[in-house]
Design a protein around this ligand. Structure first.
Ligand code: 3H9
Length: 683
């Protein structure tokens, strides 16, 4: 069956693209649209053409899986050029989302009608790209450079309403898109409305605007090449002819599509979608209906978790130990919503509706109707087991009993109750209402039904889900512990706090290890380690942390930690160096100057090695899942594709060689290379 079909009725041709699931502009689609336009143009009597899509959405852009392969004619730019010469009014009828090349296709049309719920956008930056089919030249001509750059650099789609106000949309369909598009076409014919080529419009801007725009986005887009290229291409729209501007766009696009950043970001695009696929779980697996959620514990984590469900207007009952604690939790949640209103993310009315779904209680019997209970109490096995035993006695038989533990043995927790098949880990990351990752931990007992429900739930609340098996720290914290361990040991060996942080920041992490610990509170990790067997971590690496906390230096909240804080000013805390010398002596570590390269490789290769062990042991289903976890949970630079993808880019053999060197110097307790990594290097 052809992916493009044409129907002509009363002077109006309707060209429909039907390429499930998202009408990506694959070669077959481009060829089909090109031929359909030629055929329609050759027919007498056609006075308007509607371009629309079947299925759930308008085109989601170029077919990403075709990047990196030899281009096949007609390419998207060739198709767009053909469209720019069409002399019959062309109308794009948009439902769902018109993204990337899909939106660029619509910009080649002379008129656009959008369904009220439709969105349009240029998300290419998320793939390390810029729009490559005229988007950087046409959009500024249509809406001005400032708005166009905002859309291109944020990658965020805009609503139909906004599109109308920006004059991207000519009309919003209030009823059926198909009928409204036909009526619009009839109107255009009747009124002899002219064709309107965006390419023929003029756009101007002061060159200083681009310089200032670059400065404005510099810290947010640090390390990414695509935003810089986007500014160049949009600038060309204001200084050169349309055709010359297209050439600039093309050159920048090709550089990016062939470069390492886009490869890495495309890897993550597919990895994030792959992560939600679990062998044995498919659309035939039964899922439970989740209508009521209960959260045990109203700390920062419990409140953040609650917000995810309240946002979707799901009733949430939050259980705390006292009316005072309930009140504090309510205040925390109200504050989160207050800040969302302030930032313009939601309206006051939406806030009220969401908060109206929240109930607080101190009584377990009040949560007996919950379909899903998530405990977010203190990270201690005995405390968690007590909560589970309680839940076992009050929760309804089908209720999913979830824990937000970051480290503890879920098999042990599940075994403590009469329905271990209902137990699952739902590990959110702080702040839980913002961080995109949900690590789903499947125990030896978790039923397929419970797992399938958790995966569906993650999608519903807008989280990227990754399934992990049970091990100490699961995927995320097991890896992050190794990263933190090396940073801690490097201090003892002679590196400075600022040096370690600078190297990690320059690598692309959102902040250095010690800045992060100061922000989060050093005491949290110190307290967590009190419940962890010393077999599972290197006590030497965290000795400074414990000593700082003992001295009252817990990080930013106490005015000092690894750094001391004076307003905005932060300076390395001299006590850290003294402690490093003291502990180095105690642990017989010889202090020496440490190079930036060693810092980067010790921290990042520790992540890589542990990541491959996690895959080797079957804790992660696939290497790309590990990449998804570390980018989504800890801000590993997306333009490097995640630690395991990065290992492939720099060469598995190099990584293995360095790990073997580290093992020789530092012992093989932590530096035993993963067998899987060795195999990859051998290949
Ligand atoms: C571009 O356009 C460049 C041009 O400027 C210039 C070119 C010269 N291609 O996300 P979902 C697959 S760059 C290929 O789960 P949803 C996806 O992998 C492109 N495949 O659905 C998945 O496959 P599977 C700019 C694609 O409903 C399936 O479709 N455009 C593409 O949650 C369902 O996807 C973008 O960046 C694609 N373009 O969300 C938009 N898109 O089932 C990218 C999706 O095997 N797409 N697939 O795992 C999206 O943002 C979302 O898919 C969308 C639907 C919002 C459309």
């Amino acid at each position: 069956m052809s992916v493009v079909s044409t129907e002509i009725n009363n002077e109006i041709a309707v060209i429909t693209i039907d390429n499930p699931p998202v009408n990506a502009l694959s070669h077959a689609v481009r060829e089909g649209v090109s031929r359909a336009l030629q055929d329609v143009g050759a027919k007498d009597g056609v006075r308007a053409i509607i371009l629309c899509c079947a299925g759930r959405t308008f085109c989601a852009g170029a077919d990403i899986s075709e990047f990196g392969k030899p281009p096949k004619s007609p390419t998207l730019p060739e198709l767009m050029e053909q469209m720019d010469h069409i002399t019959i009014p062309l109308i794009a009828a948009i439902h769902g989302t018109a993204l990337g090349g899909g939106f660029e296709l619509a910009l080649c049309c002379h008129y656009r009608i959008l369904e009220a719920a439709a969105k349009v956008g240029l998300p290419e930056v998320n793939l390390g790209l810029i729009p490559g089919a005229g988007g950087t030249q046409r959009l500024p001509r249509l809406i001005g450079v400032s708005q166009a750059l905002d859309m291109i650099i944020s990658g965020k789609p805009v609503s139909a309403e906004k599109a109308l106000s920006l004059k991207i949309a000519d009309r919003i369909s209030q009823n059926t898109l198909e009928q409204d598009a036909l009526a619009f076409a009839e109107e255009i014919i009747k009124d002899y409305r002219p064709i309107r080529r965006i390419s023929a419009l003029d756009v101007k801007a002061d060159p200083i605007f681009f310089e200032n725009f670059g400065k404005k986005i510099a810290s947010k887009t640090r390390g990414f090449l695509a935003p810089i290229a986007a500014i160049e291409a949009v600038k060309a729209a204001t200084t050169q002819s349309f055709e010359e501007g297209l050439k600039v766009e093309r050159t920048e696009f090709i550089k990016l599509v062939e470069g390492p950043q886009s490869k890495a970001q495309r890897h993550l695009f597919f990895a994030e979608r792959e992560a939600a696929k679990v062998p044995g779980i498919d659309k035939n697996t039964a899922v439970l209906d989740i209508r009521q959620v209960a959260i045990i514990g109203g700390g920062i984590m419990g409140c953040g978790i609650a917000v995810n469900f309240l946002n979707k207007l799901l009733p949430v009952t939050l259980l705390e130990i006292s009316p005072e604690a309930c009140e504090t939790a309510r205040q925390k949640i109200t504050e989160i919503y207050g800040s969302s209103v302030k930032k313009g993310r939601i309206t006051e009315d939406q806030k009220d509706k969401m908060l109206a779904q929240l109930t607080l209680t101190c009584a377990y019997h009040d949560i007996s109707d919950a379909d899903l209970v998530i405990e977010a109490v203190f990270e201690n096995m005995d405390v968690k087991k007590q909560v589970f035993e309680k839940l076992d006695s009050v929760a309804k038989p089908t209720a999913i009993l979830a824990t937000n533990t970051s480290f503890l043995d879920l098999n042990e927790m599940a075994s403590a109750i009469s329905r271990p098949q209902n137990v699952i880990g739902l590990h959110f990351f702080s702040p839980a209402h913002i961080m995109p990752l949900l690590e789903i931990i499947r125990t030896d007992h978790t039923s397929d039904e419970v797992l399938a429900t958790a995966l569906k739930l993650a999608k519903m609340i807008g989280k990227t889900a990754v399934v992990s098996g049970v091990c100490y720290g699961f995927i995320a914290n097991r890896m992050s512990s190794c990263y933190g361990r090396e940073a801690g040991l490097l201090l003892l060996e002679g590196a400075g706090v600022e040096q370690v942080d600078r190297v990690l920041y320059d690598f692309g992490m959102p902040m250095g290890m010690f800045t992060m610990l100061d922000m989060a509170g050093i005491d949290i990790g110190v307290m967590a380690r009190e419940n962890i067997s010393p077999e599972n971590y290197d006590q030497r690496a965290f000795a400074i942390h414990a000593a700082l906390v003992k001295a009252g230096y817990k990080g930013q909240k106490t005015g000092a930690g690894f750094y001391t804080y004076d307003g905005q000013q932060k300076t390395a805390n001299p006590m850290v160096n003294e402690l490093a010398q003291k502990f180095a002596e105690e642990f017989q570590i010889i202090r020496r100057p440490i190079s930036d390269q060693e810092i980067e490789e010790r921290c990042i290769f520790a992540l890589i090695n542990e990541g491959y062990k996690i895959v080797e042991e079957g804790i992660a289903l696939r290497a790309s899942d590990v990449d998804v976890v570390f980018t989504a949970a800890f801000g590993f630079p997306r333009y490097r594709g995640g630690p395991l993808f990065y290992a492939e880019q720099i060469g598995f053999d190099y990584v293995v060689r360095k790990i073997n060197e580290f093992a020789k110097t530092h012992g093989d307790r932590w530096w035993r290379p993963s067998k899987l990594l060795i195999n990859m290097a051998a290949k």
